[in-house]
Design a protein around this ligand. Structure first.
Ligand SMILES: [Zn+2]
Ligand SMILES: [Zn+2]
Length: 113
């Protein structure tokens, strides 16, 4: 667990992005233009989390499909913890070969008849 004080102290408000392509903190692939990108709060906003991280939409969906808000807040509020979970490890292995813009559209609910 990272203490709240540590989180506050390490990220100044005017956070400057590093040079070069921005990488997804989950899968490590670049967040290219054209890729579907979401923002994830490592600490859920309901728990006072303010830090947003840009991640692929497909990665973001995987996080929330695997963990509840409670689990995220209590045990999985670091990228390390997320990546060490077997579900996520398997997902990362699968997604590594996909182009960054890849997004699985096949799981749309088919409600129309
Ligand atoms: Zn990603
Ligand atoms: Zn999220």
């Amino acid at each position: 667990m990272v203490s709240k004080r540590a989180l506050r102290g390490s990220e100044p408000l005017g956070y400057v992005k590093p040079m070069g392509p921005e990488l997804c903190p989950l899968c490590g692939r670049p967040l290219e233009i054209g890729a579907s990108v979401d923002e994830h709060h490592l600490v859920p906003r309901s728990q006072g989390g303010k830090q947003k991280h840009r991640v692929h939409r497909i990665c973001h969906r995987k996080i929330h499909a695997t963990f509840s808000e409670r689990e995220l807040a209590q045990s999985f509020c670091t990228w390390e913890a997320l990546k060490n979970h077997p579900e996520i490890t398997a997902f990362l292995r699968w997604v590594a070969n996909k182009p960054p813009a890849h997004y699985d559209n096949s799981r749309r609910p088919a409600r129309r008849r």
